[in-house]
Ligand binder design. Sequence first.
Ligand SMILES: C[S@@+](CC[C@H](N)C(=O)[O-])C[C@H]1O[C@@H](n2cnc3c(N)ncnc32)[C@H](O)[C@@H]1O
Length: 173
Amino acid sequence: MNDFDQPYWDQHWRRARHHGTAPNPHLVREVAGLRPGTALDAGCGRGAEAGWLAARGWAVTAVDISVEAFTQAAANTVAWVRADLTTWTPGTRFDLVTTHYAHPAMPQLAFYERISEWVAPGGTLLVVGHAHGHHVAEAAATAGDITAFLDGWEIVTAGDHGHDVVVRARRTA
Ligand SMILES: C[S@@+](CC[C@H](N)C(=O)[O-])C[C@H]1O[C@@H](n2cnc3c(N)ncnc32)[C@H](O)[C@@H]1O
């Protein structure tokens, strides 16, 4: 376990109050060509990505542990869920499960594997995370670490982009 609990994340968002809210460029690039369906944003923060997806026709469920993040979230077309993703489970599977720099108080790869189970057959998992070298060492992973548990998936994108790791995979069955 580490200290990435709700008080940590509430403080993170109080400090980030004046930062910008542009959607993640890896999400924009990777998802632009997909047909909209249902989507889950795991660790959505203030919802820049969730709002961007909703504006493009995705039916978005956006989950975060931080109350503070939600006080700053705007889009009313998104289903916001305040929950701990290490214990919460959705009652359904999604055409897209996406996560951007979420690092909860559980091992990072176990977290990615956990959310991958929520992808519907034929659906897409998009992981945008911290690559090695990032200051939060516990949260770092390589593309190879992530694709290792995606046995039987079609790997569409897997690589490092500077400080980021990006993996997009399609569940084939
Ligand atoms: C570094 S922020 C990134 C937020 C957003 N995805 C972005 O790219 O701007 C990580 C987010 O994960 C959330 N988070 C961390 N642990 C969580 C957990 N156990 N359950 C749900 N959300 C969690 C935090 O509250 C925070 O909003």
